[in-house]
Design a protein around this ligand. Structure first.
Ligand code: ADP
Ligand code: 5GP
Length: 200
């Protein structure tokens, strides 16, 4: 199962996903490729694969990406290889991607589960993004400006979680994943195995 998590920058995707990865078993994370510069503390291969624009373009031409998009002026993409590796290991996988990426995945993977994280208000988003201290003032302004369009996309998602209290919101994201795992279509095989034990 592919779980797409989107929000405006500073909405809390990273915070909630980190918590959920700790509590939900058999869940992987797709490390994206990006052309943006690493932030302090970000590691190549863990937070992103940081690549030059030419390399990214080459990969895109070679069909290496399930989806890619220009976000806040940089290129970001989900590699097929990342997703397939996790799925092959029997993991569900979280894609932390923007609303354009979510649109692409929705078109390509009809049973992908999509979740939009909304901050409680624009003012709180501004405070949290400013408090994170990871962007220069111009970049921060751009991200807050783009947030106004991004939040309007929430209706295209299967689930909407308001990130007021981080513990509560993370529990809700975990609940969505658990509930989606229990859907009849995803349980047919396991249920059949159980039923076989009844016919002996
Ligand atoms: P994103 O990954 O969507 O850009 P982050 O997870 O980095 O957002 O969150 C942005 C900032 O807001 C971070 O400094 C984070 O610690 C803080 N934050 C996230 N969720 C909450 C919350 N529920 N309450 C208070 N602060 C939060
Ligand atoms: P940041 O620079 O804050 O890490 O990410 C900026 C935006 O790019 C966020 O909305 C994030 O979800 C999005 N993003 C990260 N990786 C990908 C990706 O692989 N594809 C797409 N479409 N967006 C991504």
């Amino acid at each position: 199962m592919l779980v797409v998590v989107s929000s405006p920058s500073g909405g809390g995707k990273g915070t909630l996903i980190r918590r959920v990865l700790k509590i939900v078993p058999d869940l992987g994370y797709s490390v994206s490729f990006t052309t943006r510069a690493p932030r302090e503390g970000e590691e190549h291969g863990r937070h992103y694969f940081f690549v030059p624009v030419e390399k990214f373009r080459e990969m895109a031409s070679a069909g290496a990406f399930l989806e890619w998009a220009v976000v806040h002026g940089n290129l970001y993409g989900t590699a097929h290889a990342q997703v397939e590796r996790e799925l092959a290991e029997g993991h569900d996988i979280i894609l932390e991607i923007d609303v354009q990426g979510a649109d692409s995945v929705r078109r390509l993977v009809s049973d992908a589960v999509t979740v939009f994280i909304l901050p409680p208000s624009f003012e709180i988003l501004r405070e949290r993004l400013t408090g994170r201290g990871s962007e220069e003032p111009d970049e921060l302004t751009l991200r807050l400006m783009n947030a106004r369009q991004e939040v309007a996309a929430y209706r295209r998602f299967d689930y909407v979680i308001i990130n007021d209290d981080a513990d509560r919101a993370a529990a809700q994201l975990a609940s969505v994943i658990y509930a989606e795992r229990a859907r009849l279509v995803r349980q047919e095989e396991a249920a059949q195995c159980v039923l076989e034990t009844f016919s002996q």
